[in-house]
Design a protein around this ligand. Structure first.
Ligand code: AMP
Length: 450
C-alpha cells in the first residue's frame, strides 16, 4: 500500500460520533435563514441576544433542571475539570462540568451574575445554539441538537407575573413560526400550579397515591417515577399505559385560587390575541423548574418526535440559584425539528425587518378597556418590522412617558378611552415632544420616521 492511500484510509476512519451530525450546504443556508428570522421577529418584541458558554458547572443544571429528571440523571455529558493551567498544584480533579443540556439555567446564572435585575422593565433575552443530551438518537432526536430560545425575567417592574406576559411570549413564538412558514401547528397549554401543599404539592401527593394503586399496570420507567417524579408519568407515550393514565386526577381540579385565576387569565389573553390553543392537562414538561403556565407546540409531519417547542413559567428559579426574587418565563424551540418541517420556499419571500435599529414605539395604554386595542396596535407595528414595547400593566401617562424615554423609545403611542372611541391615536415623538393624531391605518408610517 502506498503511503498516500494508507493516509487516506486513516482519514476515513473518523466519523461524526453517534447522534451528532454535520449540517452541509444547501441545508445550512436554510438554518441561517431560520435563525435570522428568529433574530428579526424577537427584536420586534424588544428581545436582545445573549451568547452563553457551552459548558457550566454540573451543579447549575442539577439544581435548576432537577436531580431526578432524565436530563440530569442520565443524559448529561459531564467531565471533571483539573486545576487551572499554570497552577503549581498537581492536577487533582476540582470540579464537575457539563455540556449544557438546555440554556435557561445559563440565562438565569448570567442574569444573577451581571445584576440584570437593575435594568429597567422586563429583561428580554434570546439565545441560539447547540445543546447536548445523551438520548437515544432517531429522526428528530440528536445528541447535539440546536435550540432557539427566549426568556423574560424581572424582579418586580413590568408586572411579569401577569398572564399578559405569558401570552405575549406565546404570541411572539407564534409570530416567528408563521414568519418561517410553519402554520400547521398545535399549541398545547396547561397550568401546573405552584409548589405549595394547597396547590401542586397536594396534587402530587394524591397522584402518587393513585399511581401506587395502579402500579402493576405501568411499565418500569413509570413505576420508578412514582417515587422520584410522579408528574412525569403523565408524559408517558407508552401505548399500554394510556388507558390507566387517562383515569388519573387532573391538576386543574387541584390548583389554588391564585393559580386558577392566572390560568384563566392566560386563556383569556390568548383569545384576545387571536391565538388558538388546546388545553392539555398532561403537559407537565420534563424540567423541575416550571410552575403555572406550561406550553408546547407540536407540528404535523414529524412523526413521533413532533414537539417543536416547549416552554413555561419559572418564578422560583432565580432564587433557587441564589439570586434575588425574580420571576421568569420562556421557551425553547428545537431548531433541528423546525428546519425539518419548514418549506424552503416559504422562507424565500420572508421580509427583512428593521427591529434591530432601536425601540420604535412604546404603547402607553390607560384603563383595561384600552388594552385589547393596545395589543392590536403592537401586533400591527411589529408585523411591519418595528420594535415595540407593550407594558403588561397600565400607568398614568406621565409615568409611561418617563419609562418610554428610559427605554430609549422614539415614539409613544397613546391609547386611552377617548382614542379607542375615536379610533385616532396620539403619536408623540419623545425627542422633541412633537405630537400628532393619526388613524390606526397610518400608525406604521407615523412611527417609522427616525
Ligand atoms: P426541552 O428543552 O426539553 O423543553 O425541549 C425543547 C425543544 O427542544 C423540544 O420541543 C424539541 O423540539 C427540542 N429538543 C429537545 N431535545 C432534543 C433532541 N435530543 N434532539 C432534537 N431536538 C430536541
Amino acid at each position: 500500500m502506498s503511503e498516500g492511500s494508507a493516509k487516506k484510509e486513516e482519514r476515513c476512519r473518523f466519523q461524526a460520533i453517534k447522534g451528532v451530525r454535520d449540517i452541509l450546504p444547501p441545508e445550512s443556508a436554510l438554518w441561517n435563514r431560520v435563525e435570522q428570522s428568529a433574530r428579526e421577529v424577537f427584536a420586534t418584541y424588544g428581545f436582545g441576544e445573549i451568547r452563553l458558554p457551552i459548558f457550566e458547572q454540573t451543579e447549575l443544571f442539577a439544581r435548576s433542571v432537577g436531580e431526578h429528571t432524565d436530563i440530569v440523571s442520565k443524559e448529561m455529558y459531564t467531565f471533571l475539570s483539573n486545576v487551572e493551567p499554570g497552577s503549581s498544584e498537581q492536577s487533582v480533579p476540582t470540579s464537575s462540568l457539563s455540556l449544557r443540556p438546555e440554556a435557561t439555567a445559563s440565562v438565569v446564572r448570567a442574569y444573577i451574575e451581571h445584576g440584570m435585575q437593575m435594568l429597567p422593565g422586563n429583561v428580554k433575552l434570546y439565545y441560539v445554539g447547540p445543546m447536548f443530551r445523551r438520548e437515544r438518537p432517531q429522526k428528530g432526536r440528536y445528541r447535539q441538537f440546536y435550540q432557539i430560545g427566549a426568556e423574560v425575567l424581572s424582579h418586580s417592574g413590568g408586572l411579569i407575573e401577569d398572564a399578559r406576559v405569558d401570552a405575549e411570549v406565546i404570541e411572539m413564538l407564534m409570530a416567528f413560526l408563521a414568519h418561517v412558514g410553519l402554520t400547521q401547528t398545535t399549541l398545547h397549554v396547561n397550568s401546573i400550579g405552584h409548589s405549595a401543599p394547597e396547590c401542586r404539592r397536594g396534587y402530587v401527593a394524591r397522584l402518587r397515591a393513585e399511581l401506587l394503586n395502579v402500579k402493576d399496570q405501568l411499565g418500569a420507567d413509570s413505576q420508578r417515577r412514582i417515587a422520584t417524579n410522579p408528574l412525569r408519568v403523565l408524559d408517558s407515550k407508552l401505548p399500554s399505559e394510556q388507558e390507566t393514565i387517562a383515569k388519573l386526577p387532573h391538576i386543574a381540579d387541584h390548583l389554588c385560587e391564585d393559580c386558577r385565576k392566572h390560568y384563566a387569565e392566560l386563556r383569556a389573553q390568548l383569545a384576545l390575541r387571536g391565538i388558538a390553543y388546546e388545553e392539555n392537562w398532561r403537559l407537565v414538561r420534563g424540567l423541575d423548574y416550571y410552575m403555572r403556565t406550561t406550553f408546547e407546540i407540536t407540528a404535523m409531519g414529524l412523526g413521533s418526535q413532533n414537539a417543536v417547542c416547549g416552554g413555561g413559567r419559572y418564578d422560583g428559579l432565580v432564587e433557587l440559584l441564589g439570586g434575588p426574587l425574580t420571576k421568569g418565563i420562556g421557551f425553547a424551540i428545537g431548531t433541528d425539528r423546525l428546519v425539518l418541517s419548514v418549506q424552503e420556499t416559504a422562507l424565500q419571500g420572508a421580509r427583512k425587518v428593521e427591529a434591530e435599529s432601536g425601540l420604535a414605539a412604546y404603547v402607553a395604554w390607560m384603563g383595561d378597556a384600552a388594552y385589547p386595542t393596545a395589543v392590536r396596535i403592537a401586533q400591527v407595528l411589529r408585523k411591519a418590522g418595528l420594535r415595540v414595547e407593550l407594558p403588561a400593566g397600565d400607568a398614568k401617562l406621565g409615568k409611561s412617558l418617563g419609562l418610554a424615554d428610559k427605554l430609549g423609545a422614539r415614539y409613544a403611542v397613546i391609547v386611552g378611552e377617548n382614542e379607542v372611541a375615536s379610533a385616532e391615536f396620539v403619536v408623540k415623538r419623545l425627542a422633541d415632544a412633537e405630537q400628532k393624531k393619526v388613524r390606526e391605518g397610518e400608525l406604521v408610517a407615523a412611527v417609522s420616521g427616525k
